[in-house]
Design a protein around this ligand. Structure first.
Ligand code: SAM
Length: 181
């Protein structure tokens, strides 16, 4: 049996930080948002309730927080669009996910990085509160009120490493040009 590793203690992102994370990722009705370590479910709830995301998926290892998230989601009648698992986010299913949110630690992000490189869909936006993903290039870094938010786009964030020696990027459209920005 593989032991579950805690990637971070519970500290909630303030609502204004959550809102800015979702704005930077341009969350909209076509998105499936996944919070890796969802705490009390606040990112999931705002993604669906305020930004109109099609679906939000949360993974949370702490049973008490998992139950809190379920209650918070039910209280707001969002159960049809929010799914929560009391499971290790290292085993998250990313097959339908288009936006990933993180508020973990540097080492937590490092543990997840190979999974993202292998499993995240091209075009997936990853927003991380306060902790960068080492070795990746952020598309945006925003600082406000003592917080930092990093935005990464798959695979642009790490293709500089993959294409080292190949000289140029091939066949991968920029996320920003794809979004018409
Ligand atoms: C810093 S809190 C962030 C909570 C929420 N995402 C937010 O921004 O408000 C990190 C959460 O990740 C959870 N966590 C840590 N390791 C985890 C793992 N391997 N799988 C799922 N959840 C995990 C913790 O229990 C904690 O609730």
């Amino acid at each position: 049996m593989i032991a579950i590793v805690s990637l971070a203690p519970f500290v909630a992102s303030p609502p204004e930080v959550v809102r800015r994370m979702l704005e930077l990722a341009q969350v909209n009705e076509n998105d499936v948002v996944c919070d890796m370590g969802c705490g009390d479910g606040r990112i999931l709830i705002m993604a669906v309730g305020e930004f109109g995301a099609k679906k939000a998926i949360g993974y949370e290892i702490r049973k008490d927080l998992y139950k809190t998230t379920l209650e918070n989601v039910m209280m707001r009648n969002l159960s049809d669009r929010v799914v929560v698992y009391n499971k290790d986010c290292m085993n998250a299913d990313l097959s339908e996910v288009t936006v990933i949110t993180l508020y973990l630690t540097t080492s937590g992000n490092e543990r997840l990085r190979p999974k993202f490189e292998k499993e995240a869909r091209p075009g997936t936006r990853i927003v991380s509160h306060d902790f960068s993903i080492s070795g990746w290039r952020a598309s945006r870094i925003e600082r406000f009120g003592g917080h930092t938010i990093y935005l990464y786009v798959v695979p642009e964030a790490y293709e500089h490493r993959l294409s080292k020696g190949r000289g140029e990027r091939r066949g991968i459209r920029s996320f920003w040009s794809w979004r018409g920005l």
